[in-house]
Design a protein around this ligand. Structure first.
Ligand code: ADP
Length: 362
């Protein structure tokens, strides 16, 4: 009776077939560490692999080779982590085990190296760590300033009425900034949690955008920005979440007014277009004529807390979370966000959502 960890189908051809069928990299070596078999995912990860060649020439990882060494010294199983940072980051968890295989020469112990790709998981872990660090840092700054002013008011400025007024005003701003940050963090986590549920209620994207233009007109007036709106006469119905789409329009239009103020003009438009025959899409475009955004920043704008100029963003009451929120809402609606900008010529933020027609067919 073969043991459970022995391959007993008679020959190494079975092993080769199993190796070939597995979707993740797998390498088989003999006891000496010479490669016997590998599959194509392994070959694309380590192009230096070749039958009969030492494993150490292709997979240059001290940790993996140390684990092979442990098997050679009699251990049945070992694990290792394979990490490579250049040219691209790749992280694998490697499980090494010993399997008896019958070959022409008789039974021989062979080593199986099974790789599991953990790159994505690792990236997500790092993002989470960064996120917590960033969020704490963003909250700590206004908190430290609040504490400082409280101490001053309790001590040196106790009897100074005019200083008190001034400090209270600043404290109020700092507290409002913390409140905004927490509101944005909560909205972001709410949208993220709902991301897999696509909204279905028909809403009018044109009405939402036009309402937001009216709401933000006082802000535009305050900054001498002329804001215009155009939309299709019959509206632009999309399956959507009204509150979330309001936030999208609010963030994009507010950014255009704030960061594009020097252009003096913001154009908001909603249009319905044919995506393909019988399928329509609604497009919300927000265009400003301000300084624009340098190309190296554009792909990163939707990252949480990413800002071209942190001081400027904070000065405008920004949290650095607005576009991250926009992107999540757009994803939830199975839409697209595109950003076009040429420095000096302003920027256009476009949100494209599948419109009513395509949904009723889906
Ligand atoms: P916030 O405005 O709170 O800083 P956002 O996520 O909304 O955060 O925007 C991120 C950054 O993108 C802003 O800090 C700003 O640097 C840049 N940005 C956004 N919209 C524009 C725009 N219309 N023109 C120029 N820069 C912009």
């Amino acid at each position: 009776m073969p043991r459970a960890d022995e391959i007993d189908a008679g020959d190494s051809a079975v092993l080769a077939a199993v190796v070939a069928a597995l979707p993740e990299p797998l390498i088989v070596t003999d006891r000496a560490g010479s490669v016997l078999a590998f599959n194509s995912p392994a070959l694309s990860a380590w192009p230096g692999l070749g039958r009969g060649r030492p494993l150490s020439l292709a997979v240059r990882s001290p940790e993996v080779l140390a684990a092979v060494d442990r098997l050679q010294r009699g251990e049945e199983r070992a694990t290792a982590q394979y990490a490579e940072r250049v040219p691209v980051e790749r992280i694998y968890e490697v499980v090494l085990s010993v399997v008896e295989v019958r070959t022409a020469e008789g039974r021989a112990p062979t080593f199986l190296l099974a790789f599991r790709d953990r790159t994505e998981q690792h990236r997500l872990d790092m993002m989470r760590v960064d996120f917590v660090a960033n969020a704490s840092h963003e909250l700590r700054t206004p908190l430290a300033s609040l504490l400082g002013f409280i101490e001053t008011l309790q001590g040196p400025a106790r009897e100074d009425a005019s200083a008190r007024e001034r400090f209270l005003q600043i404290m109020r701003q700092q507290a409002q900034r913390m409140a905004r940050l927490i509101d944005d963090l909560l909205s972001l986590s709410r949208v993220e949690m709902a991301e897999h549920r696509r909204p279905e209620t028909p809403v009018d994207l044109a009405a939402i955008a036009s309402q937001m233009v009216d709401t933000l007109r006082p802000l535009a007036d305050e900054r001498d920005v002329v804001i215009s709106f155009s939309g299709p006469a019959g509206g632009a119905i999309v399956p959507g979440d009204r509150d979330d789409l309001m936030r999208v329009a609010e963030n994009l239009i507010e950014n255009a007014i704030k960061y594009g103020q020097s252009g003096g003009r913001v154009d908001v438009s909603v249009a319905i277009e044919d995506e393909s025959p019988g399928r329509q899409q609604a497009i919300l475009a927000v265009r400003d004529y301000g300084p624009g955004i340098a190309p190296e920043h554009v792909p990163r704008l939707t990252e949480r807390f990413y800002r071209v100029d942190t001081g400027q963003s904070r000065g405008q009451g920004g949290t650095g979370l607005g576009l991250a929120l926009v992107k999540h809402v757009v994803n939830r609606h199975r839409g697209r966000l595109t950003i076009e900008s040429r420095p000096g010529e302003g920027a256009v933020f476009r949100v494209t959502l599948p419109a009513g027609d395509s949904v009723s067919r889906a």
